[in-house]
Write a protein that binds this ligand. Sequence first.
Ligand SMILES: NC(=O)c1ccc[n+]([C@@H]2O[C@H](COP(=O)([O-])OP(=O)(O)OC[C@H]3O[C@@H](n4cnc5c(N)ncnc54)[C@H](OP(=O)(O)O)[C@@H]3O)[C@@H](O)[C@H]2O)c1
Length: 183
Amino acid sequence: MSISSSWFDRLTMTKAKYLMICKNISIIVAIARNFAIGKNNDLLFHLPNDLKRFKQITSGHTIIMGRNTLLSLPKWPLPNRRHIVITDDPEDNFPGCEIVFSIEEAILKVQNEKEAFIIGGGSIYRQFYPFAGKLYLTLVHKDFDADIFFPEIDYSGWEEISCEDFYDDKNDFDYSYLNLERK
Ligand SMILES: NC(=O)c1ccc[n+]([C@@H]2O[C@H](COP(=O)([O-])OP(=O)(O)OC[C@H]3O[C@@H](n4cnc5c(N)ncnc54)[C@H](OP(=O)(O)O)[C@@H]3O)[C@@H](O)[C@H]2O)c1
């Protein structure tokens, strides 16, 4: 088999896989009203209940993230989760994490899993958004100054599974947990 046809087969297979496996790829993200999600490689707010929810939803599953998001964590690996980190740098070596060099490679690594979670950041959310089957959103009803944003969500393409509203008195903002499934 020539190099080009092998490359073509791989590309075709990867595209077919997208269609088959998008249902098992979920995005989990906390988004401000202006779609802001991060600044200076950090989160925009500290919301302890949301961190608990993140732990509860992702524990026991694979989490997929970009290199910057891994480096933004206070420590890693997070307990009881398989970590897949997407990077361009072949020199990267993050103990406790599997390294991949493309979103296709990440998708193939979780193809047999019931549900795997995309946990950020901005560039990774943008690339996975078209393939994700579910969104676990924490929507903070306030604008934030930011340098990283989530892609704008077209809600007509998503079905609401659940929605809960809360108020955080320390932050003095309202927020909602909104779970959506692709129609
Ligand atoms: N609000 C939330 O829920 C939430 C969650 C997670 C993260 N965040 C925030 O998001 C920000 C980080 O986002 P970010 O966009 O800067 O970084 P990121 O998406 O975490 O990681 C970007 C890195 O991934 C690599 N990468 C991306 N796509 C790739 C591909 N297709 N193939 C190979 N490598 C690829 C990039 O390489 P190159 O750039 O070299 O191409 C870069 O090194 C931080 O502020 C963080 O706090 C927020």
